[in-house]
Design a binder for this molecule. Structure first.
Ligand SMILES: [Zn+2]
Length: 336
């Protein structure tokens, strides 16, 4: 089975945090956090439809400029989501530029900045190039409660955590993986083609077996035949991303709930446990705490990152500490 998306850390673990989530098919990508985006090519950045920003400390948001620079003449909008106060931050960044060259003939690139409170959106603002990116608040009706993003093939949930300031964590869940079994297709005498996209969508949406899938003008096949002979389904993957959180019970419970049963958990592990007091003052996790959260959330794979520069020569220790806590037996639970 092939995944819908492929997540990759933007930088090495001592540099700015950020996850580039590339879609295997279709020219599209998502970003969790907008820190230093230098390693990403313009071609990659142009695919980004949505950027989810945990909070606007510089190492999570300084890449906004580069993303704007690359996307400025793009027709498709850029959706950005952050915690309370995020729309103001976006507005300030846009206001820092001289925009006199933008006019009614410019490509009308739009940024839609939304503020998520953990359960729904408090504010959605639009900034359009043809209006020199002046802020325009969108109507109340758009602020419905629910996940951060809900599409045919995947959903993104968010949790509001505490980092001394509000900080969002994210989880992408693929709804259902639908793959084509080529041998089955051959046995049915059907060609590979764009029609398979429609067939997969119909399966994902739970369409009935008698739904006719059009292969070409003079040929269509019931979905049930494809289901039985040429399409394979499985649970989609889940990818969670948690950075910059204090280690206290409420945070940990929310983090575990968000990351539960994830196939991959990308989680900050900035400090060693020996420096736990310093980590607590900075409202960050230790590697052991990160591994503990991963274990209690029953994730399949732990990817610790966002390491503090003070351990640049001790990366192995950070990884080992996280891994040891992750693989510890449940009996070793320590209390908060
Ligand atoms: Zn921070």
């Amino acid at each position: 089975m092939s995944w819908l998306v492929q997540p990759t850390l933007v930088n090495e673990p001592f540099s700015d945090p950020g996850l580039f989530i590339d879609f295997r098919f279709g020219r599209r990508a998502l970003l969790f956090d907008l820190g230093d985006l230098t390693p990403l090519s313009p071609r990659q950045l142009l695919r980004v439809t949505h950027g989810f920003v945990s909070h606007t400390h510089m190492d999570h948001f300084a890449g906004f400029d580069r993303l704007l620079r690359v996307c400025l003449h793009r027709a498709a909008p850029l959706h950005l989501v952050g915690p309370a106060g995020f729309a103001d931050r976006v507005e300030h960044r846009l206001n820092s530029y001289t925009l006199n060259l933008l006019d009614a003939q410019s490509v009308d690139f739009a940024i839609i900045a939304s503020e998520f409170n953990g359960a729904g959106f408090d504010r959605i603002c639009e900034f359009r190039a043809r209006k020199a990116f002046r802020r325009h608040d969108l109507p109340e009706a758009l602020r419905s409660p629910g996940p951060l993003l809900d599409e045919d093939e995947f959903r993104i949930d968010g949790a509001m955590l505490d980092h001394g300031i509000p900080c969002l964590a994210f989880a992408l869940t693929e709804k259902l993986r639908v793959n084509v079994w080529r041998e089955g297709l051959r046995q049915l005498g059907l060609p590979v083609g764009p029609w398979l996209r429609e067939a997969k969508r119909a399966v994902r949406q739970g369409a009935p077996d008698d739904r006719q899938i059009s292969i070409r003008d003079d040929l269509s096949v019931p979905l049930g035949v494809l289901r039985q002979g040429a399409l394979r389904t499985a649970r989609g993957q889940k990818i969670a991303y948690i950075v910059d959180i204090a280690y206290h019970q409420r945070n940990v419970e929310k983090a575990i709930a968000l990351a539960r049963d994830a196939d991959q958990l990308f989680i900050e592990a900035p400090f060693l446990q020996v420096d736990v007091d310093f980590a607590a003052r900075r409202r960050h996790l230790t590697a052991r705490q990160a591994g503990d959260i991963a274990r209690r959330a029953h994730v399949a794979r732990l990817i610790p990152f966002h390491f503090s520069a003070r351990y640049r020569e001790r990366e192995d220790e950070l990884r080992r500490e996280a891994e040891t806590a992750f693989s510890a037996a449940s009996a070793c639970d320590w209390t908060l």
